[in-house]
Write a protein that binds this ligand. Structure first.
Ligand SMILES: O=P(O)(O)O[C@H]1O[C@H](CO)[C@@H](O)[C@H]1O
Ligand SMILES: O=c1cc[nH]c(=O)[nH]1
Length: 235
């Protein structure tokens, strides 16, 4: 029987899964990087593909935007046999050292979102990625020489609610960037016994909706996916 939202069958989803928020990015990743990609889900626009990268089965599954959607998708992927969940997303920079198109490897995600709070029943918690996946991402980004930053991100619900002033306050505690899914994925990784991680591309400055120039963003995303796929082969 298929899950309610990700309507694959057991065997459709690989153990290793890349998780972009955007279905367009999922399609691009599948068609650009995977051999013989096959689509297993289109329901609700949550496009999911499985193919091979350097001979290893890999799936690419859209999460949609925000931790409520991402947590549904993650739970259902685990039901379908996924064992490694790696977010490949975009983020808004808080720290002045981050440039558009740079990569951010999340060492932890401050859980400002409601989905993580609901799972935890309000308990304080520190969502962190699987250490082996985190180490592999960091090593591959260094190896390739792509500009990257390692540290905390904050996971928020309301994209337009965060002001530059609020973001600056978080930067005093080491937050590099804001995004909308990582904390719930890290928590679910621990709760369901699977490896979870996140690598992001800087798409804008927080509080400024103007995106990085398209060619800068696209090259950052290409580098992010390359690093992510190489890291997936290591875990
Ligand atoms: O580019 P994606 O992976 O969707 O990630 C970021 O972009 C969306 C907001 O624009 C949110 O999902 C946020 O986390
Ligand atoms: O959550 C997010 C993601 C990308 N850019 C932002 O400003 N916020």
């Amino acid at each position: 029987m298929s899950p309610i939202h990700v309507r694959g069958k057991p065997g459709d989803v690989a153990e290793r899964v890349l998780l972009p928020g955007d279905p367009g990015r999922a399609e691009w990743i599948a068609k650009t990087f995977l051999d013989e990609p096959v689509v297993y889900n289109t329901h609700r626009g949550l496009l999911g593909y499985t193919g091979r990268y350097r001979g290893v089965p890999i799936s690419v599954q859209t999460t949609g935007m925000g931790a409520p959607s991402a947590s549904i998708v993650a739970e259902e992927l685990v039901q379908l046999g996924a064992r490694v969940l790696l977010r490949v997303g975009t983020c808004g920079a808080v720290d002045g050292a981050l440039a558009p198109g740079d990569l951010v490897i999340a060492q932890g995600a401050v859980p400002l979102d409601g989905a993580t709070r609901q799972y935890l029943g309000g308990l304080p918690y520190a969502p962190v990625p699987d250490p082996s996946l985190f180490r592999a991402l960091w090593a591959k980004a260094e190896e390739r020489g792509y500009p990257h930053h390692v540290g905390l991100v904050a996971t928020e619900d309301a994209f337009y609610a965060t002001t530059p002033e609020a973001a600056r306050a978080w930067s005093r505690f080491g937050v590099l960037a804001f995004e909308m899914e990582a904390s719930a994925l890290f928590l679910l990784g621990r709760m369901r016994g699977v490896k979870a991680g996140a690598i992001l591309t800087v798409s804008n400055r927080i509080g400024d909706p103007e995106l990085a120039p398209p060619e800068v963003l696209q090259e950052g995303i290409r580098r992010m996916v390359e690093v992510a796929l190489l890291a997936l082969l290591e875990v």
